[in-house]
Design a protein around this ligand. Structure first.
Ligand code: PRP
Ligand code: URA
Length: 217
């Protein structure tokens, strides 16, 4: 696995691996079923999650193996928080929990107004006293960037300082907007696609991620 960091925005990273490329091509295919779509989201998220967690700090804890006692490395600090952006972000939670089984899970509910493309918030719940926790926001699509910007604004207004974003497909327009506003937040994506269309959909993209995950269209 390798990382390709954006030439202009050093907080945006595309995670490169032949299996990610292959799985993403399958994911884009309009012919795949709801079941296949979710399985591929799970698999791609595992790769993204592996990279996005690589700088989590460690401490040591004394443990006893069958043979001796030693200082074993373990994750330091409070449990991290996985924060899916509803709805489509929910599809990425299972894999992130596989990697971090004791992580807390928050939720933020946002939908895009189809005319203005501005995010409308309808739900927000994170653990109490979250300021010291590392947040992993997940959403398969970073299109205009509005939903992700709103989510990070909300977390920062709650005093959260350690935030990482995982998305599957990003558009250049959204990446530019997001990275200019939040240069301190690292973003890991499986692809930087070509552009947005007139309706704010990513091209080539994969369509409406929420509808494909939940079979609502
Ligand atoms: C999609 C997607 C993102 C958002 C991205 O959600 O899952 O949350 O659009 O677009 P943006 O970068 O332009 O804000 P949508 O609003 O369609 O809601 P849904 O997940 O409930 O379908
Ligand atoms: N939301 C989606 O689900 N897909 C896009 O292409 C853009 C926003």
């Amino acid at each position: 696995m390798s990382i390709e960091t954006h030439p202009e925005f050093n907080n945006f990273h595309v995670v490169k691996h032949p299996l990610i490329s292959h799985k993403l091509s399958l994911l884009r295919d309009v012919k795949n079923s709801k079941k296949t779509f979710k399985e591929l989201v799970d698999e791609i998220t595992l790769f993204l999650g592996y990279e996005a967690t690589k700088d989590l700090p460690l401490t040591t804890q004394t443990i006893r193996t069958p043979l001796e006692t030693f200082e074993a490395p373990v994750l330091a600090g409070k449990k991290p928080v996985i924060l899916p952006i509803l709805r489509a972000g929910i599809g990425m939670v299972d894999s992130l929990l596989t990697l971090m089984p004791s992580a807390r899970v928050g939720h933020i509910g946002l939908y895009r107004n189809e005319e203005t493309l501005e995010p409308q918030r309808y739900y927000f719940k994170i653990p109490q006293n979250s300021q010291d926790r590392h947040f992993f926001i997940c959403d398969p699509m970073l299109a205009t960037g509005g939903s992700m910007i709103e989510t990070v604004n909300e977390l920062k207004s709650e005093g959260v300082t350690r935030i990482t974003v995982l998305c599957i497909v990003a558009a250049p327009e959204g990446v530019k907007r997001f990275c200019q506003l939040h240069p301190d937040v690292q973003v890991y994506a499986a692809s930087l696609d070509r552009q947005l269309n007139d309706h704010g959909y990513i091209l080539p993209g994969l369509g409406d991620a929420g509808d494909r995950l939940f079979g609502t269209k």
